[in-house]
Design a protein around this ligand. Structure first.
Ligand code: CAA
Length: 256
């Protein structure tokens, strides 16, 4: 199963599951996660969501590089739009979303996590935006949401270097709210989700809308431009070199 939905009273736990690729997102997986969030959004009995990844290694290892490697500009742009639909589904979910980050949250995986309202992490969580090493800029909201979450300097360090950030550092820079042992991560997330669910759903919705007004600024136009530049990267040589190098398990060589 690509996505599992379970419920604990008025909390839905959505588990993304594609273990053979560390839960990386191909087209089917993206669609399955969007469908699951939409399905839960339509349920009157659910008041908050916990989003996590199957297994002990990954929340999601990003967009599927093996799928992207041979995309042209039009294909890259279309895949970028689909990824935006995924992160938008999480960001605009009718119920608040807590991301329970249980391992790698790389590229698109990090972007899904930062689209959530709140993040809890296990000690083995690893966050990164490694896209520039693959010849593309981040394309699913990272360039817009990460600077707002961790500040422009730290976001620039992560996005321009691709450096990985472990759980302790993620806590220090405000990328996650708390660290919980892997075995109890989902339970701790459900506990917070239940606390949110016990409050007035209308007041929670209004508070979220208001926080988005304070926080989002020019996010809409920034996201649109990001989607455009992500697609354009697939017209140049670096995306092919970067992604082929990953598939061929070697280091990429980028020409000036
Ligand atoms: N796409 C496709 N397949 C992936 C993948 C991805 N993003 N991440 C992992 N996999 C696959 C691997 O290819 C491997 O498959 P095979 O066994 O068939 O070779 C399997 O998952 C297990 O991975 P590894 O053998 O590589 O496991 P590892 O423990 O040695 O390394 C890892 C784990 C560090 C996460 C490494 O897999 C990795 O670096 N993955 C790529 C991470 C990445 O760059 N993500 C960003 C993608 S670009 C993006 O997301 C763009 C955007 O803005 C939306």
């Amino acid at each position: 199963m690509a996505v599992d939905i379970s419920t604990r009273d008025s909390v839905a736990v959505i588990t993304m599951s594609r273990p053979e690729a560390l839960n990386a997102f191909n087209v089917e997986q993206i669609q399955a996660v969007i469908d699951s969030v939409t399905q839960v959004n339509d349920r009157a009995d659910i008041r908050s969501i916990v989003l996590t990844g199957e297994g002990e290694r990954a929340f999601a290892a990003g967009a599927d590089i093996k799928y992207m490697v041979d995309l042209d500009g039009a294909g890259g742009a279309e895949f970028g739009r689909l990824g935006h639909a995924l992160t938008r589904a999480v960001a605009e979910s009718r119920q608040p979303v807590i991301a329970a980050v249980n391992g790698f949250a790389l590229g698109g995986g990090c972007e899904v996590a930062i689209a959530a309202d709140i993040r809890f992490a296990s000690p083995n969580a690893v966050f990164a935006q490694p896209e520039v090493g693959l010849g593309i800029p981040p394309g699913w909201g990272g360039t817009q949401r990460l600077p707002r979450l961790v500040g422009p300097g730290m976001a620039a360090e992560m996005i321009l270097s691709g450096r990985r950030v472990g759980a302790d550092e993620a806590l220090r820079i405000g990328l996650v709210n708390a660290i919980h042992p892997l075995e109890t991560l989902v339970e701790a997330s459900v506990e917070l989700a239940a606390q949110i669910a016990a409050n007035s759903p209308r007041a929670v919705a209004a508070a979220r809308d208001l926080m988005k007004l304070a926080f989002n600024g020019q996010t809409a136009s920034g996201l649109a431009t990001e989607a455009e530049l992500f697609g354009e990267a697939f017209n140049g040589p670096d995306q092919k070199e970067g992604m082929r190098a990953f598939v061929e398990k070697r280091k990429p060589i980028f020409e000036n």
